[in-house]
Ligand binder design. Structure first.
Ligand SMILES: [Ca+2]
Ligand SMILES: [Ca+2]
Ligand SMILES: [Ca+2]
Length: 307
């Protein structure tokens, strides 16, 4: 977060302080807010949907956001506490930053759902919430901090979600002599399949499913962040949603499409090689934190308890 302006930081700290006034976990639910009405989205055999779980067990503790850090396992300091990526979406500084830390410069975060597999159900299967936000008064503009996503059943064999960066030469003057680095596109349209692109609205205190009728698996409209789903009446959540059906048709990819996954790996894009250019993906100028995406939480839509 080295690029952060002090007044922005002050605002975030203020918002963060406000957010702590209310317990984030399933309290004070408004019985009148919209909930998903049955039938629930079709969950695979043996799996349960987020909506069914919370409609039927509104006081139950969380199981639907990733709750266990695998890498790193301890607080690295300097916005490096992985527990802030496993405590639900609470916004602003309640995040694990994929920046370089003294003891880890890989830009990688690995999380797990304890005792559960994330299933491949109908449509979107999980959403990653970063701490980006829409820039007030500028339709469609926001801070972009891209990260790539991979999933695994065993924690060792990983299947990457396909990504495509279309912003090479984003200053539109050709790769000129002496221009050694792509400045990094600020347009969300150029970052396909990455996390850290769509700002987060979902928040356990102020924009949750049970208390506010927000759907963590309905991203909404980039140009209309406050969108309401006309079919479900649920509020948009922002964030970056992923469907396991987008995985490649390899043996490993098909196994996860069929059986789901247990582990998720999130890697900041500028630590990865873009095979189109054989260079690292660029950082995006003017992002809040050019040193790495800040992961707030990952919510699963369908879970299966491991016997
Ligand atoms: Ca799916
Ligand atoms: Ca961020
Ligand atoms: Ca968090």
């Amino acid at each position: 977060m080295k690029q952060i302006q002090w007044f922005v930081l002050s605002s975030l700290l203020f918002l963060s302080a406000c957010a702590t006034e209310q317990s984030p976990q399933n309290t004070n639910q408004d019985q009148n807010v919209p909930r998903w009405q049955q039938p629930y989205p079709a969950a695979p055999d043996g799996c349960e949907s987020f909506y069914q779980h919370y409609n039927e067990n509104p006081q139950s503790p969380n199981t639907y956001y990733a709750d266990t850090p695998i890498l790193p396992t301890s607080d690295l300091g300097n916005y490096g506490n992985p527990l802030l990526a496993t405590n639900g979406a609470n916004g602003s500084l309640d995040v694990y930053s994929l920046r370089d830390h003294d003891s880890d410069t890989t830009g990688v975060l690995v999380l797990q759902w304890s005792g559960h597999t994330v299933c491949n159900g109908e449509g979107v299967d999980f959403t990653i919430f970063e701490n980006g936000f829409f820039i007030s008064g500028k339709a469609g503009e926001s801070f972009i901090e891209p990260a790539a996503v991979a999933v695994s059943l065993d924690g060792s064999t990983w299947v990457n979600f396909p990504v495509d960066y279309k912003g090479v030469d984003s200053d539109n003057d050709g790769i000129s002599e002496g221009e050694t680095a792509d400045p990094g596109s600020k347009s969300y349209k150029d970052w396909i399949g990455f996390a850290g692109i769509f700002p987060t609205l979902y928040n356990e205190s102020s924009h949750s499913y049970l208390s506010h009728g927000a759907d963590p698996f309905f991203q909404g409209d980039r140009l209309n962040p406050g969108a309401v789903n006309p079919e479900t009446k649920l509020l948009a959540s922002g964030g970056d949603s992923f469907d396991l059906d987008a995985l490649p048709d390899t043996t490993e990819g098909n196994a996860i499409k069929t059986n789901g996954f247990r582990y998720i790996k999130i890697t900041r894009a500028n630590k990865m090689t873009n095979l189109d250019t054989n260079a690292a993906y660029p950082s995006v100028p003017d992002s809040m934190d050019q040193s790495g995406a800040d992961i707030d939480a990952v919510y699963a839509r369908y879970l299966k308890a491991i016997p």
